[in-house]
Each structure stands twice: as structure tokens, then as C-alpha cells.
Design a protein around this ligand. Structure first.
Ligand SMILES: Nc1ncnc2c1ncn2[C@@H]1O[C@H](COP(=O)(O)OP(=O)(O)OP(=O)(O)O)[C@@H](O)[C@H]1O
Ligand SMILES: [Mg+2]
Length: 260
């Protein structure tokens, strides 16, 4: 069995402070894992370890059978907040092309033709080609999010880590971003870990769901994890899962209108 991620009793610390502890889970090639948990649960912390950026941990964590720092080149990470530290008005094409040239934030000029061609191909794949010449900073939040996903694909990653790709998006933009992720799953078969506060738009692409709250609460298929007693233990007893037809929905928190 080919596992992309294997974690066993993984405890991640910041200067000795245990941010999240005792995580045990495995993810196979081509699977998508949805990572849920309240603020401060340790979601971003886990992604940073998987990306090889944070190395203070104990227990076992292997990505492609190796410590994450050794396989950084095979992993792409789209952070929760993203800012371009430049006064140069970069075009969407520049931003995407940059994904192939470096992974850390220096601006390159004289981008090779083959990189431009590949960036156009990736933009086309995600239905964004029409935005190629637009200044990145003028895009809407939803457009930016999809451009950043395109940028992450430029390094041909084998594992894609996305930190709250749907947060701050309106319902239409959420649908666009979700269909971009579905397409990546269906046509590239990439292994993905996606953190989210709202699991509903992503349930269809989630092979596995992990719920954490500074420790592992549950890991399994969506049906195994999204159960009233499990989500209720983290988000309060008003949390529910409901099935409408074949679809499972997760209602977290007591936000509702009472219908008389
Ligand atoms: N650089 C850091 N130094 C020290 N502690 C940190 C650092 N980054 C995160 N933490 C702590 O680790 C814990 C988990 O934080 P993390 O950012 O992983 O949570 P999260 O699940 O991503 O939350 P959110 O939903 O708000 O994004 C928190 O207690 C946080 O204060
Ligand atoms: Mg976070």
C-alpha cells in the first residue's frame, strides 16, 4: 500500500508548548483529506509540519516515506493568508509563473517562455486564462484564491496542502474554488489536505475527514466522522449532521432561524 502521509503519535510543539498532540492517521495516494477543527485546534500547525516548514515535533511523521523536510520539492502549500510583498503590479500570469521559479517569495524577471506557456496551460485548466493579463492585486478574493491554487500546481506537486481555501469567499466564489479542487482531484489525481471550517462544500471530494481539537478527535470516512456525537463533542450539542437525499450536511453551531 502506498501511503503519502503516515503519522503516528505525532505531537507538534512550539518551544515546548504542545499545540496539538497524539495524531495518528494515514493518507493514501490520490486521497483528499478534509481537516476540521475550531480556531487554535492545530490545523495550520499540522499543515506546516507536512510542508516541512515546522520541524519541532515528536512521534512519527513521514511524507512519501521520508521526514517532510526531505521531500519539500514534492509538496505545495497554499497558506491561509497570502500577501505579495512587492510594489510592482504583478499580472496574474507573473504570479502563476513564479510558482515554477521559486517557492519562497523572490520576484524573478525574464521568465522563460516554457514557464509562461505552462502557466497559461494551468490557468486554462482552472478556467482562469481570461485573467492572465489582469493585475493580481485587482482581483476579487475568490479569483485570487483560484490563481494561488494555479500557482501551487506550477511545481507539479504530488501533495497539495491548502489552508482554508474557501474562507472569505462568497457562495458563488466557493462553488468556483470547489470545482477547481474537484477538477484537480478528478483529472490530476493529486493527494490533498484541505483545512476548512465549513465541510459541506467539500464533502464530495473528501475521501477522509479528520477532526482535531489540539488532539485527534476522529479520523475516517465522512460518514464515520460526521456524526452528531462526534461533532457535538467539539462544537457543542446543537451541532448536527443531516442527510438530504444522498448528501450529508454538517450543521455546526446553533445558527438558525426558528420556523414556526
Ligand atoms: N508560531 C507560533 N508560535 C507559538 N505558538 C503558535 C504558533 N503558531 C501557532 N501557535 C499555537 O498553536 C496552536 C494551534 O494554532 P494553529 O494556527 O495551528 O490553529 P488553527 O487550527 O489553524 O486555527 P485557525 O482556525 O484559527 O486558523 C494555537 O494555540 C496557537 O496559539
Ligand atoms: Mg489556521
Amino acid at each position: 500500500m502506498e501511503y503519502v502521509i503516515e503519522a503516528e503519535n505525532l505531537t507538534i510543539t512550539y518551544n515546548g508548548y504542545e499545540a496539538v498532540k497524539d495524531l495518528t492517521f494515514k493518507l493514501k495516494k490520490g486521497e483528499t483529506m478534509l481537516l476540521l477543527g475550531p480556531n487554535g485546534a492545530g490545523k495550520t500547525t499540522l499543515l506546516k509540519v507536512l510542508a516541512g516548514f515546522h520541524t519541532e515535533y515528536r512521534g512519527k511523521i513521514l511524507v512519501f516515506g521520508k521526514p517532510p523536510v526531505e521531500v519539500k520539492d514534492r509538496v505545495a502549500y497554499v497558506p491561509q493568508t497570502f500577501s505579495l510583498n512587492t510594489r510592482v503590479p504583478l499580472s496574474v500570469l507573473d504570479v502563476v509563473a513564479m510558482g515554477a521559479l521559486y517557492k519562497r517569495g523572490v520576484v524573478h524577471f525574464n521568465v522563460p517562455r516554457e514557464v509562461i506557456d505552462r502557466a497559461l496551460e494551468v490557468l486554462d485548466f482552472l478556467g482562469l486564462k481570461h485573467l492572465a493579463e489582469r493585475p493580481f492585486r485587482e482581483l476579487s478574493g475568490g479569483q485570487k484564491q483560484r490563481v494561488l491554487i494555479a500557482r501551487a500546481l506550477m511545481s507539479n506537486p504530488e501533495l497539495l496542502l491548502l489552508d482554508e481555501p474557501l474562507s472569505a469567499l462568497d457562495p458563488k466564489a466557493r462553488i468556483d474554488a470547489t470545482s477547481a479542487l474537484s477538477k484537480i482531484k478528478a483529472e490530476i489525481g493529486l493527494t490533498m489536505v484541505i483545512t476548512t471550517h465549513d465541510v459541506n462544500p467539500l464533502i464530495e471530494i473528501g475521501d477522509k475527514v479528520m477532526l482535531i481539537d489540539r488532539r485527534l478527535v476522529a479520523f475516517g470516512t465522512p460518514e464515520e466522522v460526521l456524526r452528531d456525537e462526534i461533532i457535538g463533542s467539539v462544537y457543542g450539542p446543537a451541532s448536527r449532521t443531516v442527510k438530504v437525499g444522498e448528501r450529508l450536511y454538517c450543521i455546526i453551531g446553533d445558527v438558525h432561524l426558528r420556523v414556526r
